[in-house]
Design a protein around this ligand. Structure first.
Ligand SMILES: [Zn+2]
Length: 318
């Protein structure tokens, strides 16, 4: 029997609400199955979408070739040994907290013996967030600039970073945000603008080719881009409707490109406060989370379900 729990009408799901809804492993698995049934299961052997549910095994069975699929298989939990409830707690924390939290903090809170699986879980969730946002195309008027984030380079690859090792580097990030000028008086901070969707993308270099390619992939052809005057942007006019580069004096940046700079400084503060030493290859993950939450800041309690659906429908590519 599938359990349906009515969510309370609060702006964000609070901790008591979460515990009430997901008191144990069973309730998490049932919710996961409910969402998996909704999004559909595809057989990895024959592509059939019709399945029986083998209740005793907690597995789907393909109606045409009898291939079994576990509840986790092909989802973000593919290959994970962690309890469903750990994942649910992580999703709850990621979607209900304004800032973020480190893998170390979550490990402590869960009382789990090992750091690495917790760290991997959080990074997978951040990857899901990034993939969801990559489906969105920015449009309208867009502020664009680069941000330089301090990261730490180390020799050991693909291992969580131990603190205090490695050399600093500046990672380059292309930042784009929809920003519509509003009617109203120009203030000290410039013309008021309404902010929309945000994207932050780690790039290897600032070559015109790299930036043009990124903009082409993430921005609507009908968009108009505001930026400073840089040789990196010379070809932007080829991929959008209009590009309006302006020579911006250093002290006028927050006036001319207000939202893009606010986003950069907020993201930097978050990295400093919560995550400390970030390795270049994991920076995108943290930015994914920052943008995902920023772009859904009015979703309230719906955010938990949204991220859970994204996790369930995620095809296994890890
Ligand atoms: Zn099949």
């Amino acid at each position: 029997m599938i359990m349906f729990v009515v969510q309370r009408n609060t702006t964000t799901m609070n901790l008591l609400n979460f515990i009430e809804q997901f008191p144990d492993e069973e309730s998490c698995k049932l919710k996961y199955k409910e969402f998996r049934d909704k999004t559909g299961v595809t057989c990895s052997v024959c592509g059939c979408k019709e399945h029986y549910w083998k209740k005793d095994k907690w597995q789907y069975e393909c109606k045409s070739c009898a291939k079994r699929t576990t509840l986790r298989s092909g989802t973000v939990m593919h290959g994970s040994q962690l309890p469903f409830r750990y994942w649910f707690i992580a999703i709850h924390l990621l979607t209900s907290t304004k800032k973020s939290f480190s893998a170390l903090e979550l490990q402590r809170q869960l009382g789990h013996s090992y750091y690495e699986p917790i760290w991997v879980m959080l990074h997978k969730l951040r990857e899901v967030m990034g993939r969801r946002d990559s489906e969105y195309e920015l449009s309208g008027i867009i502020e664009l600039d680069e941000g330089f984030f301090t990261t730490i380079k180390t020799e050991e690859k693909d291992k969580p970073l131990k603190r205090g090792r490695g050399s600093q580097k500046k990672s380059k990030v292309l930042v784009m945000v929809e920003s519509v000028p509003l009617e109203g008086k120009t203030t000290k901070k410039g013309k008021p603008r309404k902010v929309g969707h945000l994207k932050m993308l780690v790039i290897n270099d600032l070559k015109a080719k790299t930036i043009t390619h990124m903009v082409n992939d993430n921005v609507s052809k009908s968009a108009v881009i505001d930026s400073d005057h840089s040789t990196s942007y010379v070809n932007l006019k080829d991929v959008v409707k209009d590009h309006k580069p302006v020579v911006i004096p250093k002290d006028k940046v927050s006036e001319m490109l207000p939202w893009v700079h606010l986003a950069i400084s907020n993201a930097k503060r978050l990295l400093l406060d919560v995550h400390h030493d970030v390795r270049p290859q994991y920076l995108q993950g943290y930015l994914n989370e920052f943008c995902y939450k920023y772009n859904r800041r009015y979703f309230g309690e719906k955010l938990f379900d949204r991220l859970l659906i994204a996790c369930v429908s995620y095809k296994n590519e890890f």
